[in-house]
Write a protein that binds this ligand. Structure first.
Ligand code: ARG
Length: 262
């Protein structure tokens, strides 16, 4: 397993583009560096290859590498960010990944797409969230570009503005979801397309960004998870590993947002 991450050299909260961000709740940069390093160490100790891209001084959200785009096979589809403040991250990701030999593709200009932040793979199915960032039209275009069926999922609560904040898909077709994040039809589409579901609306899972996890083998890495959800995972043979990324919650992201799958 290989991932791309971005050390928080210039991470701060200088604007508010999701409901979790508050300019009065500033980042402790030393703690952010320590927490980032811990997460990298956890990945490396589990055999994950971690590549790193330098953060640009004027792109404070660049630490959330999951939003640069989405890799499918050897094609990396670049994001078209919704918010002007993040748009230039895509060009830097293109230079970096293009330089490493990835085939870069782009959606037409202006078609908003926020990469892995809104894309979830569950088993062999692909889901894409819309409603806050990525647009429904972009999902159709993306499906055509990749030649794949993509299940559109409508997000209806601003706490879950990206699909990866409320839906975690496993390789075996299991899903972990915060079901209040979706409209009725989309919740049904998730049930219809995933093999088994662990559902949560526990306050600890919401505040702890529990669905914003990364799986490495049988380990589920996240910031915080409720005892109830932990029990559900342990019954399925998974061990939950909590890593403190509290400084990154201030920007509205957790473990998954900091980790782009390559
Ligand atoms: N502040 C960032 C934004 O609002 C956080 C992105 C979180 N990333 C994610 N994959 N959910 O765009």
């Amino acid at each position: 397993m290989k991932v791309l991450m971005c050390p928080p050299s210039h991470y701060e909260v200088v604007y508010e583009i999701n409901v979790w961000m508050d300019k009065d709740n500033q980042v402790d940069i030393d703690r952010a560096h320590q927490q980032y390093k811990n997460l990298v160490d956890v990945y490396r100790s589990l055999g994950v290859e971690v590549m790193e891209i330098d953060q640009s001084q004027d792109l404070p959200d660049m630490v959330y590498s999951a939003n640069y785009g989405f890799l499918d096979g050897d094609i990396f589809v670049l994001s078209n960010f919704f918010n002007e403040q993040r748009r230039r991250e895509a060009g830097l990701a293109m230079d970096y990944l293009g330089g490493k030999g990835y085939k870069i593709k782009q959606l037409p200009n202006g078609m908003v797409f926020e990469g892995q932040g809104d894309m979830v793979k569950c088993g062999d199915k692909l889901f894409c969230g819309y409603g806050y960032r990525t647009q429904l039209d972009s999902i159709k275009e993306l499906g055509a570009l990749l030649g794949k069926e993509i299940v559109p999922i409508k997000l209806v609560d601003p706490r879950w503005y990206h699909l990866d904040t409320c839906f975690f898909g496993f390789a075996d077709g299991k899903a972990f979801i915060a079901s209040e994040a979706f409209d009725k039809d989309s919740l049904k589409a998730i049930y219809d397309n995933c093999d088994s579901i662990i559902e949560t609306n526990e306050p600890e899972d919401i505040a702890g960004f529990a669905c914003n996890s990364v799986a490495v083998g049988n380990k589920v890495i996240c910031y915080r998870m409720s005892d109830k959800s932990k029990k559900a995972f342990s019954a399925e043979g998974f061990e939950v590993v909590e890593v403190d990324v509290s400084e990154f919650l201030k920007g509205g992201g957790s473990v998954r947002c900091l980790t782009l799958d390559l």
